[in-house]
Design a binder for this molecule. Structure first.
Ligand code: 6PG
Length: 480
């Protein structure tokens, strides 16, 4: 029989995705630049379902039922373009090309447009969940046309993770919307990971706890509000003991965090859109600092505070850190969703935030119990200006804010860096401040550059003659 779906690029993510399709009953065409990977997949996992292997791209395309659906699972950037170029020559109008990698959404917009001119549907599709997710059910964020989703959607929904019987896959919006939302997902992932790392650092250096004890704390947190994949695996990583040295795993790993760029894109895009994603930005910078070998070599030259932290009540401190983590995490999501709203306005996408939260409940790296609450918040009020204004989250933060402040203040006093805890708190305080000092900045701008300002008490645009008699004029030249 002709294949229902094809996967090209059979590295771990690609082969696991192909196995997922096959095991769900889809006849799955598989292809890879070097054929040995294709045969290896069939040799090892041919029993998962019905595979149709092809050595050449032409045979691969010919093995698919029309309209053909092909998922590209190769490196983002040049390699993706190369595969698109090769396949486009072989496809027919109506066929659907899906890019399942972490592509930059602007590339996806460009590729969709080029494909559309040839009558081919191009679906930029965010896929989250790592290797295991790809195999057992990821969270899937497809963009592209509604028309493409109509025939592709049911297949993707079937192989996605399911929560309460609902698939973790929905049509996000046209062209680059899916990759945009996946990008923001990764930004939130960075913030969440950095927050957990800061919490660990506080428990270890602030409260003097050992990794194994901290693992217990995280395992405990995972049974409550913070129940999430990242908290769960954190407990596992902290429990791990290095076989060679007998030391905790976290003590033998070089403390320089890697990154492949999606967090950076989230922040770059947010800056362009003018959206403060401070927690996400600090988490990207924190990875940057960790890898700044030259600067960090001078660590010993920089004095710290005179007083080390003396945590008196360990249990109370652990609870403070938990609440600070929860509140900061809500801020990271609030900021991420703000970026999604701004992106949707800029690129003309209709993105349903509640649906995004819903498909992030399972399969993906940031899956967490509290995404149910986010889904509910947007269901109650689809126009919510900030997630922090949803009654449930306002309540969580208000109950946690004293803890949050104690943690950030204590960390500052004792010299433990908590960039995401601290910046998230500053953002929260910025948001609840009736009058920000921005009026003074407007004055400064008007002083040195005649940049003008608005007044609180009347309409219009004004400028003060700072180097003249300091009287005020209205921008159109009339003195008010
Ligand atoms: C996922 C992950 C996945 C990957 C990212 C982040 O959703 O499954 O986000 O896409 O882990 O590429 O990787 P870096 O930490 O290397 O940037």
């Amino acid at each position: 029989p002709k294949a229902d779906i094809g996967v090209t690029g059979l590295a771990v993510m690609g082969s696991n995705l192909a196995r997922n399709f096959a095991s769900k009953g889809f006849v799955t065409a598989v292809h890879n630049r070097s054929y040995s990977k294709t045969t290896a997949l069939i040799d090892e996992h041919g029993g998962d379902g019905q595979f149709v292997p092809s050595e050449s791209a032409a045979d691969f395309v010919a093995s698919l039922a029309t309209p053909r659906k092909i998922i590209i699972m190769v490196k983002a950037g040049g390699p993706t373009d190369a595969v698109i170029d090769e396949l486009s020559e072989l496809l027919e109008p109506g066929d659907i090309l899906i890019d399942g990698g972490n592509a930059l959404f602007e590339d996806t917009i460009r590729r969709e447009k080029a494909a559309r001119e040839k009558g081919i549907h191009f679906v930029g599709c965010g896929i989250s969940g790592g290797e295991e997710g790809a195999l057992k059910g990821p969270s899937i964020m497809p963009g592209g046309s509604k028309e493409a989703y109509a025939s592709l959607g049911p297949i993707l929904e079937k192989i996605s993770a399911h929560v309460d019987g609902e698939p973790c896959c929905t049509h996000i919006g046209t062209d680059g919307a899916g990759h945009f939302v996946k990008m923001v997902h990764n930004g939130i992932e960075y913030a969440d990971m950095q927050l957990i790392a800061e919490a660990y650092d506080l428990l270890r250096r602030g409260a003097g706890m050992e990794p194994a004890e901290i693992a217990e704390v995280f395992a405990e947190w995972n049974r409550g509000d913070l129940d999430s994949f990242l908290i769960e695996i954190t407990a596992e990583v902290l429990k791990q003991v290095d076989a060679e040295t007998g030391k905790p795993f976290v003590d033998v790993v070089v403390d320089a965090a890697g990154m492949k760029g999606t967090g950076t894109w989230t922040v770059q895009t947010a800056l362009t859109l003018g959206i403060p994603v401070t927690g996400i930005a600090e988490s990207v910078f924190a990875r940057g600092l960790s890898s700044s070998t030259k600067q960090r070599a001078g660590a010993g030259n920089l004095p710290g505070p005179s007083q080390p932290w003396s945590v008196k009540d360990r249990d109370a401190f652990v609870e403070d850190v938990r609440l600070a983590l929860y509140a900061s995490k809500i801020v990271a999501y609030a900021q991420g969703f703000d970026e999604i709203v701004a992106g949707a306005a800029q690129y003309d996408w209709e993105i349903d935030r509640g649906a995004v939260a819903r498909i992030w409940r399972g399969g993906c790296i940031i899956r967490a119990r509290f995404l149910n609450r986010i889904t509910e918040a947007y269901a109650d009020n689809p126009e919510l200006a900030s997630l922090l204004f949803a009654p449930f989250f306002t309540d969580v933060v208000s109950k946690g804010q004293d803890s949050w402040r104690r943690v950030v203040a204590g960390a500052a006093q004792s010299g433990i860096p908590t960039p995401v805890f601290a910046s998230s708190l500053a953002y929260y305080d910025g948001l609840r401040t009736e009058r920000l000092p921005a009026a003074l900045i407007q004055g400064q701008r008007d002083f040195f550059g005649a940049h003008t300002y608005q007044r609180v008490d009347k309409e219009g645009t004004f400028h003060t003659l700072w180097s003249g008699d300091r009287s005020e004029i209205q921008e159109d030249g009339h003195t008010p």
